[in-house]
Design a binder for this molecule. Structure first.
Ligand code: NAP
Length: 485
């Protein structure tokens, strides 16, 4: 347990030494190190799942899946690093031989990662933020999430075993446990820390972002915060698909007791008979949803408080609730309804209620639907449940939607985030603090890189990624041509 500023100083100075070590490692060496870490995470026995299950109440099957995903993340990011994709090496030589410019991307420096509560593996100690920072050549200090400290420690031990087996410096990774905001804040303020990654609440992410900006030398704070992930259900689609859609929507809304940042918390449709029928279907579906245990008491209290505030708002009516056998720590699902006029009058209705809570908004006509779309703030995802016919008729909505989210879905549901090169898990503020980056998929590595050019630098002193002979055999843009030559 870290308790004061002196102890933080020691940890950050170690991370700085770890960064110096990683600066000497080229992309192939870093990729091998990442695979060594993946091997150790993969090898942790069932104690990891049991511990995480006890600490988070997440089902064993979900945790097993999340562990595999976490291992795959390390391997996929390692493979991407190995290709040199993120080095973005460029070489430009003037015809007269006087100017030789060579540019590539290098790590920013020590990165502080705040573990998330809702993904104890994939977005925590050994999660995508840690893997992408190490892939970029940055050392990492993880601030463990207090809701699963033992799980976090098991992961940290595995990372250290991987580092040791590969033969890297132990300083490249540190694990900090504390029970106060202050320790996290002091880490963000430390002059040797060069970037921060965070997944959690808007209040937490924004506070840490502001702290990063208020330093004498501001640093990037990549915070992934709340999102209501609106689903627009269009009229022609509802003609034949209402019942199946209701099942799919409620399934996604209540998956994992609604504790996903991609949870589709708001459903928007055009008032009329089709929407009324859909509401009846949604009501039937949610009434069958059993109560579920939430990650920790703080999240449950927050859920109950926000839910209470929502149903206390003018013009908001309860459509239906899930089963009511509420036990200690358990949350009851709920679906409420209102109309667009109320929402436009009270934008607080569009705030995230983290948990199995959905708001159905009816719009008087397509003009009001468009105005509502224009009022939306940045989202991680936006979904259209639409037919081909709807797609032709509502093109103006799709154009606006592209400026509102990081991932736009045609049908389907936003929960279930694929770890792929083409994934964008982010979105305009307040979904994240920087819409240019993703926190899922190998492109997450880009957050922790910065370009540097070398002008007329002697070949043997250049990073291997830029040397004449291309010893790492990576793809480079040489005098405007892609080549490995
Ligand atoms: P959180 O409260 O944002 O905390 C996440 C981490 O950030 C914790 O380690 C916490 O420190 C730290 N932190 C938060 N505020 C801070 C501040 N002002 N200064 C320094 N450190 C700070 O998230 P949570 O505990 O996971 O859940 C709380 C709420 O966040 C939920 O009820 C939900 O609304 C939301 N949430 C959203 C997402 C999402 O993906 N959008 C995911 C999870 C949670 P401590 O260790 O000291 O607590």
């Amino acid at each position: 347990m870290i308790q004061n500023e002196n102890e933080i100083d020691v940890v950050v100075k170690q991370a700085e030494a770890g960064f110096q070590f990683l600066q000497q490692c080229n992309v192939i060496e870093r990729a091998k190190l990442m695979h060594a870490i993946a091997d150790e995470i993969e090898a942790i026995d069932s104690m990891l799942i049991e511990t995480a299950h006890l600490e988070t109440a997440l089902p064993v099957s979900r945790l097993e899946g999340e562990k595999s995903r976490t291992v795959n993340q390390w391997r996929m990011y390692a493979n991407a690093v190995h290709t040199g994709l993120y080095s973005e090496a460029r070489i430009d030589q003037s015809p007269d031989g006087k100017i030789d410019l060579r540019k590539y991307n290098k790590g920013l420096g020590p990165v502080v990662v705040f573990g998330a509560s809702n993904f104890p593996f994939a977005f925590s100690t050994a999660g995508g933020d840690t893997a992408s920072a190490i892939g970029a050549g940055c050392s990492v200090i993880v601030k463990a999430h207090p809701a699963h400290v033992k799980t976090s420690q098991l992961m940290a031990d595995a990372i250290h075993r991987g580092i040791s087996k590969y033969g890297a410096s132990a300083d490249i990774f540190s694990h900090v446990v504390s029970n106060s905001f202050e320790i996290g804040q002091q880490l963000v303020k430390h002059r040797l820390v060069k970037a921060v990654a965070f997944t959690g609440s808007f209040a937490g992410g924004k506070a840490l972002f502001d702290l990063g900006q208020s330093r004498p030398d501001p640093i990037p704070v990549f915070a992934e915060m709340g999102s209501i992930n609106p689903v627009f259900v269009l009229p022609d689609y509802l003609t034949d698909n209402g019942e199946a859609f209701a099942k799919q929507y409620i399934g996604s809304l209540t998956l994992g007791v609604g504790q996903f940042c991609t949870n589709p918390g708001v459903l928007i449709g055009l008032e009329g008979e089709k929407l009324d029928t859909l509401k009846a279907d949604l009501k039937r579906e949610i009434q069958a949803v059993a109560t579920g245990k939430m990650l920790h008491q703080g999240i449950l209290d927050h859920y109950n408080q926000l839910r209470g505030e929502m149903i206390g708002c003018n013009g908001v009516n309860i459509l239906a609730e899930g089963t009511d056998n509420v036990q200690e720590g358990f949350a009851q699902a709920m679906l409420v309804e209102t109309d667009a006029a109320q929402v436009l009058h009270n934008p607080e209705l569009l705030e995230e209620v983290f948990g199995p809570f959905g708001l159905v908004i009816s719009c008087a006509d397509r003009h009001e639907m468009k105005i509502l779309m224009e009022h939306l703030v940045g989202q991680i995802t936006l979904t259209f449940a639409a037919s081909d016919d709807d797609m032709w008729k509502y093109q103006d909505l799709f154009t606006i939607a592209q400026n509102k989210c990081g991932r736009l879905l045609f049908q389907g549901m936003p929960t279930g985030v694929e770890v792929k090169h083409a994934m964008q898990h982010g979105g305009p503020f307040p979904a994240t603090t920087d819409s240019r980056f993703t926190s899922v998929g190998p492109d997450a590595i880009k957050r922790f890189l910065r370009p540097i050019s070398f002008q007329n630098w002697p070949d043997e002193f250049l990073p291997k990624e830029l040397q004449d002979g291309n010893p790492l055999q990576i793809e480079r843009l040489v005098n405007q041509h892609w080549t490995k030559e």
